[in-house]
Write a protein that binds this ligand. Structure first.
Ligand SMILES: Cc1cc2nc3c(=O)[nH]c(=O)nc-3n(C[C@H](O)[C@H](O)[C@H](O)COP(=O)(O)OP(=O)(O)OC[C@H]3O[C@@H](n4cnc5c(N)ncnc54)[C@H](O)[C@@H]3O)c2cc1C
Length: 471
């Protein structure tokens, strides 16, 4: 067995693990199914902002843990939350030591650490030459310089198990025996059968709001090796203009969450679908598992369009209209309902109830109730009345392989499976919860990639032997 570590997937989680482990003297190979030099993955397409629960990841671990506690809705296991809070700052230091550059992306705290150069503030795709693309190319060069190998066009298909221990990976191009294996394949968002089993009755009605490279291979391999999984029902994503199903200029940005949390999200009957106050990720999840995921309509007015509609980093007003997205306008709710294909009575009743509850301070009595702690609802009263037919965009799945604080994969009895690790969006136990809490995908991937590499190198016999002989 000549390899110390084989990594499945060359996104943030896989490449951080690989470069850190190679830097500590391990012989590492990374398997990446993408063939192109700039193979697609969510990391490369991402906005590149590293935050946790929308606070600065360089804050003290106790502050970060408190921030996680404020937003968590039952998805975050305490052991993993504290490991994340402890390791995100070292992960940023590690990335910088490997050549990553960061800048402050805006005035809000969560924007303090954005990979440079920044994404332009435009609708649609814009990843080439941007921070995450530059980072991945830099990490690939560092890996090669440290003696590691990146095998593009190599899809892992099974783990090699011997007496309950993981001893390598089988691929379509041959076997890679190794002392340890890390799964970092990015989730199961692009696997139709797994989506149908866990998330929605109609997977084609979800818009893939990312690279769509996460096919759940890692989850399937880990399960076959006896791994436990967490709740698999939630995903990170956003509300998108429904035109995203056929117009590539309106995704992954602008997302429409800021408008929907201020106004209303209704289904095909004109009735509200969900508590908008819980945020856009939760709304995307609710729409995805509703009977008609392509029937959602965001209803708002001119005041919301000119206020919250302009507030996102890449604001829907005016980016959506400029990109050709459908925005309906009418002087009356009846006309708006007609244009949107909604029953006029249903929509008028929903808007009236929303407006009256705001005036009376009785939003919690609405059905479904409307919370106000995170987002303030605005009345829908200023013509033109407006609507955007929407869909649920899925970026990555938030449930997955169960791991411990060192990223070791756990079996159903809660014990680590020897030789097997996982990190990034294929793992669960931090995000999700009943309100689909999102903590930050890049932070999770980098922090647990680092922890995995450190644990693997600290328990690697060759490294230990070298350390012994040098002391
Ligand atoms: C548009 C967009 C914006 C985002 N913005 C942000 C942001 O600003 N901040 C933030 O924190 N998060 C953001 N995210 C989320 C973030 O990108 C992800 O959470 C993170 O990159 C996940 O990293 P990963 O390494 O787990 O997975 P990925 O980056 O998806 O990498 C997984 C890799 O595994 C490979 N793979 C899959 N199956 C196999 C197989 N069987 N064999 C070999 N290789 C395989 C894939 O091809 C892929 O290259 C964004 C995502 C998108 C799409």
């Amino acid at each position: 067995m000549s390899l110390d570590l084989v990594v499945i997937g060359a996104g943030m989680a896989g490449m951080v693990t690989a470069v850190r482990a190679a830097g500590r003297g391990l012989k590492v190979a990374v398997l990446e199914k993408g063939e192109a030099e700039r193979y697609p993955c969510n990391t490369r397409l991402s906005g590149g902002i590293i935050h946790i629960a929308f606070v600065d990841p360089k804050r003290k671990a106790a502050d970060i843990l408190a921030a996680i506690g404020r937003v968590d809705s039952g998805g975050a296991e305490p052991e993993l939350a504290s490991a994340l809070a402890e390791s995100v700052s070292p992960a940023i230091d590690f990335l910088r030591s490997e050549g990553a550059r960061f800048l402050r992306a805006g005035g809000q705290e969560y924007q303090n650490w954005m990979l440079a150069p920044p994404r332009r503030l435009v609708a649609g795709m814009d990843w080439e030459g941007r921070g995450p693309d530059v980072l991945l190319r830099g990490l690939a060069q560092r890996l090669a310089a440290l003696g590691g190998t990146l095998h593009r066009g190599t899809r892992a298909i099974a783990l090699t198990m011997r007496d309950g221990t993981c001893v390598g990976v089988e691929t379509e191009n041959g076997d890679f025996p190794a002392r340890a294996v890390l799964i970092a394949d990015g989730g199961f968002q692009a696997n139709t059968a797994m989506l149908a089993e866990h998330i929605t009755a109609t997977p084609p009605a979800l818009k893939q709001r990312g690279a769509a490279t996460g096919m759940g291979d890692g989850l399937a391999m880990a399960r076959a090796a006896g791994a436990a999984t967490t709740d698999l029902r939630r995903f990170y994503g956003h509300l998108l203009c429904r035109d995203a199903m056929h117009n590539d200029k309106v995704w992954p940005y602008p997302e429409l969450d800021g408008i929907a949390v201020s106004g209303m999200l209704v289904g095909g009957n004109g009735r509200r679908l969900v508590d908008e106050g819980l945020g856009g990720v939760n709304m995307a999840n609710a729409l995805a598992c509703s009977p008609d995921p392509l029937g959602g309509v965001i209803v708002f007015d001119a005041a919301i369009w000119d206020g919250p509609g302009r507030s996102a980093r890449i604001p829907a007003n005016p980016a959506l209209e400029n990109a050709g997205g459908t925005i309906l306008r009418a002087d009356s709710l009846e006309d708006l309902a007609r244009q949107a294909g909604l029953p006029g009575d249903g929509l008028a009743a929903s808007v009236a109830a929303h407006n009256e509850a705001i005036s009376a301070g009785s939003l919690s009595a609405l059905s479904p109730p409307r919370s106000t702690e995170r987002f303030k609802p605005w009345p829908i009263a200023t013509a033109p009345f407006m609507a955007i037919p929407c869909c649920a965009g899925i970026t990555y799945t938030m449930g997955g392989i169960r791991i411990d604080r060192d990223a070791r994969v756990l079996n159903d009895a809660g014990a680590p499976i020897r030789g097997l690790y996982a990190a990034g969006s294929c793992t669960g136990g931090l995000e999700g919860g009943h309100n689909a809490t999102y903590l930050g995908g890049l932070a999770k991937a980098a922090a647990f990639g680092l922890r995995a590499a450190d644990h693997i190198s600290e328990t690697n016999e060759t490294v230990l032997l070298k350390q012994e002989t040098s002391t």
